[in-house]
Write a protein that binds this ligand. Structure first.
Ligand code: PLP
Length: 400
């Protein structure tokens, strides 16, 4: 018998070697107590959270919690069914209405996660004989959506408009084409040149899907994302998003103005063949989305935090993923996995949690300490974060 696990041996060995140095396992941290969007108790220590996607700090918003509690009391703990059978409750429709209003779009479809939204929309839209043209650094859920469908996959160099145009021009003019882009790329926190990319996509007869997972709530005048910021919302055919970041709950969605969009509810397998989200999650999400529409003060404070942290880390001598702050994600580039894990642990001992990211999730084989800021981080907390980075960086020898 061939042991089906033998393909994982290199990973098991790499992990064992790392842990044999006595380092804390970076991938099994437990939050013993979560006190606020920016604070938790980890390993018995009060810790500043700088590695969540809680960009707008909505997880502890009073109205968001109250709405969830009320819906749980009125509608029970779960739906026990698919959206197309018994799983559409009042608040599933309510959250779709809230999304339509938030994005000023005609249609909204809510999935159980953002991962499933990409899986479902991409695999259902792009079928046999069609093409999906995607940025090489796309999120795993985009790649998995491609794998699940029957379309031909064409990747182009990250954020390279010319490369996208070249690929498009080589495809048969009459074939169906879906260009898949992200507003903010989550590993380095960099923004896509959507305006130019959408222009060349349209010139070459492609429909465009933009995943705004990391920009919703924060980027753009109304928090609609990078497409809004670059003035091209009306040219995007499908926006994908998630509730697991700025909204502060869980769930995924697609919004669109396409007149035939509603047919997807009948043919999209990751929508049909899974249980709908609990009513409490839907009610909390409605409350959160409505507040995000009026979140301009929070957005301004989050930009301030992003600028301060980026400048502070750069001045300390850390190598960063972008020259200037482009989003709420600031990636600190580590020389290798070993020193990345040591730096991650040193920060944790300082009482600061960041995300350790490594290949294959990261581009170009990089090890990153990804910092994601929250609108609830105070200016004092951001200063404290920099002090802790400085101490840990000198101890591990990442900075001089
Ligand atoms: C770009 C992007 N799309 C989709 C997702 C999936 O979102 P969810 O957590 O709702 O499954 C993520 C999650 O990290 C993401 O970064």
């Amino acid at each position: 018998m061939t042991d089906l696990f033998s393909k994982f041996d290199p990973l098991i060995e790499q992990r064992a070697a790392l842990l044999s140095t006595g380092i804390t396992d970076p991938f099994s941290l437990v939050m013993d107590e979560v006190k606020s969007p920016t604070r938790a108790i980890c390993n018995g220590r009060d810790t500043i959270l700088l590695g969540t996607y809680n960009y707008m700090g909505m997880t502890f918003d009073d109205d968001v919690i109250a709405a969830g509690q009320q819906a749980m009391a009125e509608y029970g703990a779960g739906t026990t069914g698919s959206r197309v059978l018994n799983g559409t409750f009042r608040d599933h429709k309510g959250v779709e209405e809230a999304l339509k209003e938030f994005y000023a779009m005609d249609h909204a479809m809510v999935f159980s996660t953002g991962y499933q939204a990409n899986l479902g929309i991409i695999s259902t839209l792009a079928g046999k004989g069609d093409y999906v043209i995607l940025d090489i650094d796309s999120h795993a859920s985009i790649y998995d959506g491609c794998k699940m469908g029957d379309a031909e996959i064409v990747a182009f160099r990250h954020n390279d408009v010319e490369a996208l145009e070249k690929r498009l021009k080589r495809l048969p003019p009459e074939a169906g084409k879906l260009v898949v882009l992200e507003g903010v790329y989550s590993m380095l926190g960099d923004v896509a040149p959507l305006k130019e990319m959408i222009r060349v996509s349209k010139e070459n007869g492609a429909m465009v899907l933009v995943d705004e997972a990391h920009s919703m709530g924060f980027i753009g005048e109304h928090g609609r994302g990078v497409a809004e910021e670059q003035g091209v919302s009306d040219d995007v055919d499908f926006i994908i998003g998630t509730f697991s970041k700025s909204v502060g709950t869980v769930g995924g969605f697609c919004v669109s103005n396409h007149p035939k969009f509603e047919v997807l509810r009948l043919v999209c397998r990751p929508y049909v063949f899974t249980a709908a989200l609990p009513p409490s999650v839907m009610a909390s999400s409605i409350a959160s989305i409505k507040k995000l529409m009026h979140g301009s003060n929070k957005r301004a404070h989050l930009w301030e935090n992003s600028r301060t942290l980026h400048k502070g880390l750069k001045d300390l001598g850390f190598k960063l993923g972008t020259d200037a702050p482009q989003s709420a994600i600031i990636a600190v580039i580590m020389p290798d996995l070993e020193r990345g894990a040591m730096m991650w642990e040193a920060l944790l001992h300082e009482g600061l949690y960041v995300n350790l990211a490594r290949p294959p999730a990261t581009p170009a084989g990089m090890t990153l300490l990804r910092c994601s800021l929250c609108a609830e981080h105070s200016a004092d907390e951001v200063r404290e974060i920099l002090t802790r980075f400085e101490r840990a960086g000198r101890k591990i020898g990442i900075i001089g």
